[in-house]
Design a protein around this ligand. Structure first.
Ligand code: UDP
Ligand code: MG
Length: 319
C-alpha cells in the first residue's frame, strides 16, 4: 500500500523543511502501524525563493521525494493537478506546505478509507480563529450564496486537505478543465466523504499567498465554474425592466391624455436612464464573465508547464 502526499509550494523555502520533517515522522509512524509506504510529491509553483533548491536537496537525501517544478507561477489549483498527475500511490493526499493541514491526521483519515465505506477523507476547520473578522464574514456570505446558486455542494470551512482512493483521484484527474475550483470539483465527482473537524492552525513559517482581492476573484471563479444562476438573474432583470417600462408607458400615456403633456420630469428621466444603463452593463458583465471562461476553456492551453522534475534534472546541475 502506497500513499502519495501532494504538496503545492509557492515560496515555501522556510516552511518546506519543517513540513518534510513532520511528514517523514508521520510516515515512519504509519509504516509501523499500517505498513504504508510513502511518496512525497512536491510541486514548485514557479517560486521566486529557494524552494526548488530545498526540493532538490530533499530529493538527494530521500528517494521517496519527487518533485515537479513549473516554468512560472500557475496557481495552487494547477499545482494540485500536477501533483495528482505525478502521484503513483494507491491513496493520494494533498496538503499545504505550511503545516496548516496537520499530517498527524493522516492515520485517522486512512483508517476511515480502509473501512471501505468511503473514497475520500476530507477536513474541515471548525473555527476561523486568527483570521480578520471582515474576511470571515465575506467567506460565510460566499458559502451561503454559492450553495443557494449551485447544485454542487460547497462545504463551509472545508480545506483542500484530503486523502482519496485511487479511483477518486482518477475521477478528479479526468476533470481537466482549465478554470479549476477544487472545492467544487471534489464535490462534483461524488463518492462518499468522511469529514474530520479540526481547529484552525496558523502557518509555521513564511507568508500567506492570499489577499482579499485574490480571494474575491477565486470566489467568482467558484460561482462561474459551478453555477449558471447569474445568467438566469441577468435574463430575469431584463424581463423585470421590460415590465416596468411597459407599466411606465401606460402611466405616461394615460396621464398625457388626462392632463396634457407639460415638459417636466427630466431629472427623474436621467435617474431612470442611469439606473437601467447600469443594470444593462452589469448583466453584460455577467455574460462576459462566462464568455471569458469559455474562451479560456476552448483554447485548451496546458494547465501548467514543467521546467524540471527529479528525472529531468540536467546532470551538470547535480550536486
Ligand atoms: N500555493 C501555490 N501556488 C500559489 C499560491 C499558493 O502552490 O500561487 C500553495 C502554498 O505554497 C501553500 C498552499 O498553496 O502550500 C496554501 O497557500 P497559503 O498557505 O498561502 O494559503 P492560506 O492557507 O493562507 O489560505
Ligand atoms: Mg496556509
Amino acid at each position: 500500500m502506497q500513499i502519495s502526499l501532494v504538496v503545492p509550494c509557492y515560496n515555501e523555502e522556510e516552511a518546506l523543511p519543517l513540513f518534510y520533517k513532520e511528514a517523514a515522522r508521520v510516515a515512519a509512524q504509519m509504516k509501523a502501524s499500517h505498513g504504508a509506504e510513502f511518496e512525497f510529491v512536491f510541486v514548485d509553483d514557479g517560486s521566486k525563493d529557494g524552494t526548488l533548491r530545498v526540493m532538490r536537496a530533499l530529493r538527494a537525501q530521500d528517494a521517496r521525494v519527487r518533485y515537479v517544478s513549473f516554468s512560472r507561477n500557475f496557481g495552487k489549483e494547477a499545482g494540485i493537478y500536477a501533483g495528482l498527475q505525478a502521484a503513483k500511490g494507491d491513496y493520494v493526499a494533498m496538503l499545504d506546505a505550511d503545516l496548516q493541514d496537520p499530517p498527524a491526521l493522516l492515520p485517522q483519515m486512512l483508517d476511515a478509507l480502509l473501512t471501505g465505506d468511503y473514497d475520500c477523507a476530507a477536513t474541515r476547520r471548525t473555527t476561523r480563529a486568527g483570521e480578520p473578522p471582515v474576511r470571515s464574514w465575506f467567506a460565510r456570505q460566499f458559502y451561503r450564496i454559492i450553495n443557494k446558486m449551485s447544485d454542487t455542494e460547497i462545504v463551509d470551512g472545508a480545506r483542500d486537505y484530503r486523502l482519496m482512493t485511487r479511483r477518486m483521484t482518477d475521477a478528479v484527474l479526468n476533470m481537466a478543465e482549465y478554470n479549476r475550483f477544487s472545492k467544487g470539483i471534489f464535490s462534483w465527482v461524488g463518492f462518499d466523504t468522511k469529514w474530520f473537524d479540526y481547529e484552525n492552525v496558523e502557518r509555521v513559517a513564511g507568508q500567506t499567498k492570499w489577499n482579499f482581492w485574490g480571494l474575491f476573484k477565486y470566489s467568482i471563479e467558484g460561482i462561474v465554474g459551478f453555477s449558471t444562476a447569474p445568467l438566469v438573474f441577468a435574463a430575469l432583470m431584463g424581463v423585470i425592466f421590460c415590465l416596468a417600462a411597459f407599466a411606465g408607458i401606460v402611466f405616461v400615456a394615460v396621464r398625457a391624455l388626462l392632463f396634457g403633456d407639460p415638459t417636466s420630469g427630466w431629472p427623474s428621466m436621467v435617474c431612470i436612464l442611469l439606473f437601467s444603463g447600469g443594470i444593462q452593463l452589469f448583466c453584460v458583465g455577467i455574460v462576459g464573465e462566462y464568455l471569458a471562461k469559455t474562451y479560456l476553456e476552448v483554447k485548451h492551453r496546458p494547465l501548467y508547464i514543467t521546467r524540471e522534475t527529479e528525472d529531468t534534472r540536467r546532470p551538470e546541475n547535480r550536486p
